[in-house]
Each structure stands twice: as C-alpha cells, then as structure tokens.
Design a protein around this ligand. Structure first.
Ligand code: GAR
Length: 196
C-alpha cells in the first residue's frame, strides 16, 4: 500500500478530505501530516484521525535548503512514498522537488496554467473570467507548473468576490484531491474532470 504524507500550513481541510478518503478506501496509508507552522489547525485534526504529526518550523532554519533537508528527513523517517501538498504555503527549491519528482502532488486554487502563485480568485475575477476552479498537479521545480492531474471548475457569478468564490471552490477541492489521489495510487495519471 502506498504510504502518503500530507504537508500543510493551515486549517488542513484538504488534508482532512485526503485522510478520510484514504481511511475509507484503504488503498493508501496516511503515514504523516507535517506542518511548517506549529499553530496550524490541521495538526489537531490529523491527530484526531490517528495520523502521526510532525512540525518542521521554517523560521527555525538558517535557509531554505536546511528547512527542506529537515522536511525530507521526516518524510524518509515516515517511509513516505507519495507526498501531497495541501495548503502548504512554502515555495520548494529545486533539490527538494527533484528528490520527490513524480511522487509529489499539489492542489492549487486556480485553473492552471492560469494564476500561479497567490490571490488566484481575485485575479480570475479581475480578468473577467467566466470560470474559476482548482487544479491538482505534479510538483516540479517551477512554481505551480507540473503536469495537471485533475481540475474542478464552476461559473463565476457577477456578484462573486474572492471570498465567495473561495467558499464555493473549497468543497470542489475536497472532491477533486481524493479523486486524483485514488487514480494516482491505482497507477492512472489521466486527468480527473469535475464540473461544479
Ligand atoms: C486551499 O484553498 C488550497 O487550494 C490553497 O490553500 C488552501 C488551503 O486550505 N493552496 C494554495 O494556495 C497553494 N498555493 P486548507 O488548509 O483548508 O486545505
């Protein structure tokens, strides 16, 4: 069974959807939830699911390479063979991404390749886009750039704000990420498509 680590920085709602799906399907084993922030709300949620947790506080390291070395050591200690970034808000360097290339996924709140980086929903609204959504992709050295493994989309309403859009897209994220993980652990990397 694939051993999956989930990396978070915040509330961890995507992590919960992944862990719940893994525990229900029994097709993958959630072996570690790691946060770079000691105060991440997701840590208690992971513990409530009985998943081991770890904190690697990026502020305690001299540079990114040292931080990533410590994260890598935790992943190796947990014998993880797949890593899911789920609201993990640190940019990862080339050495680390190379180590996990093909074995690390991320969820990003835009219809990639549009709107890499931050403030994705505000940028979609400002551009006058008809649709917004989220993407799960393989992580490569380029930010938010690896092969897309699935997308969920919905229509932007005339009165949408970045907050209302985020609130409507988050439940789609919670459907999309487990669906992609299911396919990946089954050896299928064809894209998942969800229309909200
Ligand atoms: C999610 O909307 C996720 O797509 C986004 O952060 C949120 C985390 O929520 N990720 C990024 O912006 C990555 N660049 P969660 O902690 O409740 O899963």
């Amino acid at each position: 069974m694939r051993r999956v680590a989930v990396l978070i920085s915040g509330s961890g709602s995507n992590m919960v959807s992944l862990v719940a799906a893994m525990q229900a399907d029994k097709a993958a084993d959630p072996v570690l939830v790691l946060s770079n922030r000691p105060d991440a709300g997701g840590l208690a949620k992971a513990a409530a699911f009985g998943v081991p947790t770890a904190v690697v506080d990026h502020t305690a390291f001299a540079d990114r390479a040292a931080f990533e070395g410590a994260v890598h050591a935790e992943l190796v200690a947990a014998k993880a063979d797949l890593v899911c970034l789920a609201g993990f808000m640190r940019i990862l360097g080339e050495d680390f991404t190379r180590l996990w290339e093909g074995r690390m996924l991320n969820i990003h709140p835009s219809l990639l390749p549009k709107y890499k980086g931050l403030n994705t929903h505000a940028r979609a609204i400002a551009a006058g886009d008809e649709q917004a959504g989220c993407s799960v992709h393989e992580v490569t050295a380029e930010l938010d750039d690896g092969p897309v493994l699935g997308q969920a989309r919905l229509a932007i309403r005339p009165d949408d704000t970045p907050d209302t859009l985020a609130a409507r897209i988050l439940p789609l994220e919670h459907r999309l990420y487990p669906a992609v993980l299911r396919r990946v652990v089954a050896g299928d990397r064809s894209p998942v498509v969800i229309q909200g």
